[in-house]
Design a protein around this ligand. Structure first.
Ligand SMILES: Nc1ncnc2c1ncn2[C@@H]1O[C@H](COP(=O)(O)OP(=O)(O)O)[C@@H](O)[C@H]1O
Ligand SMILES: [Mg+2]
Length: 312
């Protein structure tokens, strides 16, 4: 349903996204997961045709975003990071406006608006001014304008940001309900959001995709064994042999490119054996210079994601 190939966006002084390749199949709910500044909104603006890419191509529902912008806008419902809701309009008037903008035919207008209002549970407030609604209701209005032309694809940029826990649950349920016959991409900087709604995750960090997989498989990968690096003055084969015999160590290898570096892989089931590694290295008179964990970029991302969770 969506194919992005080598998507790159450079602003004057920085590269926001750098060579993204991904695909979203019909009926999938995919989460763009990444810390603030990762490039999620930039990618979404390009997918929806609101901003051109510097390089690369995107097709949505078979249409090239750059060559067929009108067809793409008709196929896509977009909730931008700041929804374009007009405070001085009533909910119903605003949806009427959004429907016309998306090319809904005159004779179908009323039914389209009624359906969007029903799907987002806005019936009670349809006659009220948007400016007088709570943040949760305004977010639903944003969703309603994305849905009003009944598009097969929904692109939702941080749909629950700024909502209270009750409103978050409501919006997530709403999205899950909408997803049954649609293809959905939503972005978020918090892990529980994808856990609650998405079947697959594309993890973006610093403008690059660092992982794309089901959430279960990603979590499993993160729980695999760790790798530690040991910098030493003397890596005698006898000392390495003793290191290898520590229970829980999977492999000990001499890094070919740096004559002082030893790479130690630890089995996933091993409890923390850093003390033993260092003790052994000292006893074997290896001359320890440094000892540090090798970080996967994915692990870094997840760390950032999980530590920012409570600030939402
Ligand atoms: N209009 C712009 N001009 C210059 N830099 C921008 C602009 N919009 C976004 N950026 C930069 O691009 C990067 C990605 O931003 P964004 O796509 O908004 O990330 P996210 O939505 O993941 O938080 C950030 O470093 C941001 O500062
Ligand atoms: Mg954003």
């Amino acid at each position: 349903m969506i194919h992005a190939s080598n998507l790159t966006k450079r602003y004057a002084d920085r590269t926001a996204i750098d060579g993204l390749n991904f695909e979203v199949k019909k009926g999938e709910i995919v989460g763009f997961l990444g810390p603030n500044g990762a490039g999620k909104s930039t990618t979404m603006k390009i997918l929806t045709g609101y901003m051109p890419a510097t390089e690369g191509t995107v097709t949505v529902a078979g249409y090239d975003v750059f060559e067929s912008p009108l067809e793409v806008k008709r196929s896509v419902g977009y909730l931008p990071e700041t929804p374009p809701v007009y405070k001085e309009m009533t909910v119903r008037d605003y949806l009427d406006f959004a429907a016309r903008l998306h090319g809904v035919e005159k004779q179908g207008l009323r039914a389209a608006i009624d359906r969007a209002i029903e799907q987002t549970h806005l019936g009670e407030v349809q006659g009220r001014l948007i400016g007088n609604l709570s943040k949760g209701y305004r977010q639903r209005v944003g969703l309603a304008q994305a849905l009003v032309h009944n598009p097969p694809v929904l692109i939702l940029d941080e749909p629950t940001v700024g909502l209270d826990p009750k409103q978050i649950i409501e919006i997530r349920n709403l999205i899950r309900g909408l997803a049954s016959e649609r293809t959905v991409i939503l972005s978020t900087h918090i892990l529980p959001e994808v856990q609650a709604t998405c079947s697959r995750v594309i993890v973006i960090n610093q403008g690059r995709i660092v992982a794309q997989d089901s959430l279960d498989r990603l979590t499993a990968r993160l729980q695999q064994g760790k790798t530690f690096n040991l910098m030493v003055r003397n890596r005698s084969s006898q000392a390495l042999e003793v290191l290898r015999s520590i229970p829980g160590i999977k492999s000990v290898a001499e890094a070919p490119q740096a004559s002082e570096l030893v790479t130690i892989e630890v089995r996933p089931e091993a409890t923390d054996i850093r003390d033993q590694i260092i003790e052994t290295a000292v006893k074997q008179q290896m001359g320890v210079l440094e000892f540090f964990a090798e970080k996967l970029s994915l692990e870094d991302v997840f760390l950032q994601l999980t530590t920012t969770e409570e600030t939402v």
